[in-house]
Ligand binder design. Structure first.
Ligand code: COI
Length: 349
């Protein structure tokens, strides 16, 4: 790829073993930054990681005009670096930005920023099988104004952080029927900061009750499952992979899309349809085997151990032959270059 952005390198790398640190704790040596003003992107550059100077009047600090993405780079079996599904993440970033009245990032700027940042910090991409480099593109509104308005100025930045398992154990979740994550016509589909901030209170309450995560339900009936914490929710019951449809209130997950594509190719029956917690409860009570898992870039495939429905805890299937583990392995093999990349999901350099 031709390089049009400038790179100033850090004198000495801070590279360290991050295996035991929590997700996203340590940034790599460099970051990407570009400024938007007067209707255009200016001065795109890769610079040593440093703190920002921001006026307390910056609009992002007051009215939540912030959007982010999350994608990953892997070291492949042949030692090359692979940024997984960069196109799909770029498209989703721009959809989220449009919802928040923020300027689009042209594809070449998004791809170039990530390509050269990961290349600059390539020593930070974990070499171990369970590691990857998490890439966090984001945008914030930076115009200095207390009045409520759409910002005329923005920063588009990319950070990276080495990562291992997001969850280190299968999850105990509860069906949430009091609080909602999103509503029709709201911002549920956008990867904007406010969606995450609003989820903290119910998630904290669930933690206090002994759960790892929430399974959100719809805002009208508090019955149909939406998504789980930072992931899309998937269930395997009666030999069918079922996941809630993309209706505007849930995130259009890239891992969700990869899993559904592979499952269909494997000949599995897949249904993107509304699934109520009552249907799940019936399946458990009829003694059916129920697999449940979360799908997301950070978590990849996060097995769910149990689901609490109206105070009763039901155990999910976690056997070695579970469908979720097979698909997870298939995804892993595609990213590593051990299986053909039939859909051109890999961006390799
Ligand atoms: C991701 O899976 O990439 C996410 O953005 C979820 C979370 C880390 C915020």
């Amino acid at each position: 790829m031709e390089q049009t952005i400038s790179i100033s390198r850090q004198n000495e790398s801070k590279l360290t073993d991050t295996r035991t640190l929590p997700f996203g704790k340590i940034p790599t040596d460099h970051m990407f930054i570009a400024r938007y003003a007067d209707g255009q992107w200016n001065d795109p550059k890769i610079v040593p990681f440093h703190e920002l100077t921001l006026s307390p009047m910056a609009l992002c600090l007051h009215y939540g005009q912030t959007v982010f993405e999350g994608l990953k780079a892997y070291v492949m079996a042949d030692g090359k670096i692979n940024i997984f599904r960069i196109d799909k993440h770029q498209e989703r970033f721009n959809r989220s930005l449009a919802r928040m009245c923020m300027p689009a990032v042209p594809k070449n700027l998004f791809v170039e920023a990530i390509h050269f940042l990961v290349q600059t910090d390539s020593d930070w991409v974990p070499r171990d099988d369970d590691g990857s480099l998490y890439i966090r593109p984001f945008m914030i509104a930076t115009e200095n104004r207390i009045g409520v308005k759409i910002s005329d100025e923005y920063l588009f930045m990319v950070l990276c952080s080495p990562t291992y398992a997001y969850y280190d154990h299968p999850l105990k979740v509860k069906i949430e029927t009091d609080f909602v994550r999103a509503s029709e016509g709201g911002t549920g589909e956008a990867k904007c900061g406010g969606n995450y901030g609003a989820s903290f209170f119910p998630a904290q309450k669930a933690k206090e009750e002994g759960f790892d995560q929430i399974l959100w339900t719809d805002c009208k009936n508090h019955e149909f499952i939406e998504e789980s914490g930072t992931m899309n929710a998937m269930f395997f019951v009666d030999n069918v992979l079922v996941t809630p449809p993309l209706g505007g209130s849930i995130l259009s997950g890239v891992t969700r899309d990869s899993i559904l594509t592979l499952a269909r190719e494997n000949g599995m029956k897949v249904e993107e349809r509304a699934i109520s917690y009552k249907e799940l409860q019936r399946a458990f009570e009829e003694g059916k085997t129920v697999e449940a898992f979360g799908a997301g870039t950070a978590a990849v495939v996060a097995p769910i151990e149990s689901i609490s429905i109206a105070g009763t805890v039901y155990n999910c299937y976690l056997g070695e032959d579970a469908v979720m583990f097979k698909i997870k392995k298939q995804l892993y093999d595609i990213r590593k270059g051990l299986l053909p990349d039939n859909h051109k999901w890999n961006y390799i350099f």
